[in-house]
Write a protein that binds this ligand. Structure first.
Ligand SMILES: Nc1nc2c(ncn2[C@@H]2O[C@H](COP(=O)(O)OP(=O)(O)OP(=O)(O)O)[C@@H](O)[C@H]2O)c(=O)[nH]1
Ligand SMILES: [Mg+2]
Length: 163
């Protein structure tokens, strides 16, 4: 399966990856603790532990090896960038974009977060989102699913026809 057009959400435990993933795929349910990689057509969600525990870092590298776009999900209330040094080097050929989450929270400082991500080497697009306010996810959704489709379901239809 060609996953060069697919994306993967990575980031620290509790950053808001699964909540965002659910909005991206129009799922209504609340996010539960992520225990394993979750696959949907065109996208993947990963457990925060993959990202923060060096022992599991290999699992993350395997997971994202054939995916074209990595989305580093950063909690906008967090003053520390969790992107492991070297991640951008390992994935030189991939697009690494940023998603600053929880912009609905008063403690969130998206300007600070954006500077932080830039300083840590994210040089592609950075989006500001709140999974509680679905409209804010629109630009990221269009970016990830492309202009050709109406969203994840359209991608799914294309895949099914090919099968
Ligand atoms: N206010 C607010 N809370 C959010 C937002 N996104 C996520 N949360 C909350 O943050 C907590 C963690 O969200 P998850 O989506 O489970 O985080 P995760 O990155 O998937 O975490 P792991 O699966 O453990 O790696 C939950 O309590 C969510 O309700 C947001 O945009 N705004
Ligand atoms: Mg999760």
């Amino acid at each position: 399966m060609d996953r060069s057009n697919a994306f993967v959400l990575v980031g620290a435990v509790g950053a808001g990856k699964s909540s965002l993933f659910n909005v991206l795929f129009d799922k209504e349910e609340a996010a539960l603790k992520t225990q394993a990689v979750v696959f949907e057509t065109g996208g993947m969600d990963t457990p925060g532990e993959f990202f923060s525990h060096p022992r599991l870092y290999n699992a993350l590298i395997q997971t994202v090896s054939d995916v074209g776009t990595i989305v580093y999900v950063h909690d906008g209330t967090d003053r520390t960038c969790r992107l492991p040094p070297g991640m951008l080097r390992v994935y030189g050929g991939k697009r690494v974009v940023g998603a600053i989450t929880k912009i609905d929270m008063p403690e969130c400082d998206p300007d600070f977060a954006e500077r932080l991500l830039r300083e840590n080497g994210v040089n592609d697009a950075i989006f500001r989102v709140s999974s509680r306010v679905r409209e804010t996810v629109g630009p990221l959704k269009r970016f990830l699913f492309g202009e050709l489709s109406d969203g994840p379901h359209a991608c799914g239809d294309v895949e099914r026809k090919k099968a």
